[in-house]
Write a protein that binds this ligand. Structure first.
Ligand code: PRP
Length: 212
């Protein structure tokens, strides 16, 4: 039997995924050790391998078949638009992708003038303004703390993830428009889905059962 390899997005999502996998009898204790510098973990008995990767790299590993299965947020799947199959919503990591800004920016979203949009998600932002709103925008790519952009005058609005809304509130910003709902998703390599169909569908059925 060949190994089935999982790529998990580092951080909270990975730990939640490991908890879920444990409930269906898939364990990998070693990966939970916060002090380890190992990059890949093996469950010999079940012929499974696991590795943690930066979220934005997970769809890449899965597209190229370096991982058969990935778990990553829908935000990353949309932003990376890789050739992969999204097969399951795990229901955790729920949040929203929104256009946010100061209240005054509401008017700018109604008008025809070119506005500046800062985001860690330039493709999602571009797609929304080009194809949904049909408004001309200049997209400015940032790598974090995006809420700063409208505060210091780098952009008019931002496109970012809103979970509790606390970051916005504490910085005098608000949700102006909702783009889409997000949560953790299971993605599968297109070839693996065919050649490992039996093992993968059993896993998905087991996950589905414990989630419902
Ligand atoms: C995310 C997102 C927001 C924040 C939203 O940032 O970009 O800044 O969480 O959460 P809230 O609605 O619960 O306040 P993240 O923590 O990933 O860090 P970042 O600043 O590097 O984007």
């Amino acid at each position: 039997m060949r190994y089935l390899t999982f790529a998990l997005a580092k951080g909270r999502l990975a730990f939640k995924t490991l908890d879920l996998l444990e409930k269906v009898g898939i364990t990998c204790d070693e990966i939970k050790d916060k002090d380890t510098r190992k990059l890949i973990f093996v469950n010999e008995e079940l012929k499974l391998k696991f590795f943690l990767a930066k979220a934005s790299d997970v769809p890449t590993y899965v597209e190229y078949g370096a991982a058969d299965i990935g778990v990553v947020g829908r935000d990353t799947i949309l932003e990376e638009s890789r050739k992969i199959h999204e097969v399951m919503d795990l229901g955790f990591g729920k949040c929203r992708m929104c256009v946010c800004g100061p209240e005054e920016a509401k008017e700018l979203l109604k008008g025809n003038e070119i506005i500046r949009v800062a985001s860690k998600y330039p493709h999602i932002a571009r797609d929304y303004f080009d194809n949904v709103k049909r408004q001309s925008v200049e997209i400015i790519k940032l790598n974090g703390s995006v809420e700063l952009a409208p505060i210091v005058g780098l952009s008019d609005v931002i496109v970012d993830i809103v979970e509790t809304g606390t970051t916005l509130k504490e910085n005098g910003l608000m949700v102006l428009e909702e783009i889409t709902d997000l949560s953790a998703r299971v993605i599968v390599n297109r070839v693996s889905l065919r050649i490992e169909h039996e093992r993968i569908s059993k896993l998905l059925t087991d996950l589905d059962r414990i989630m419902n």
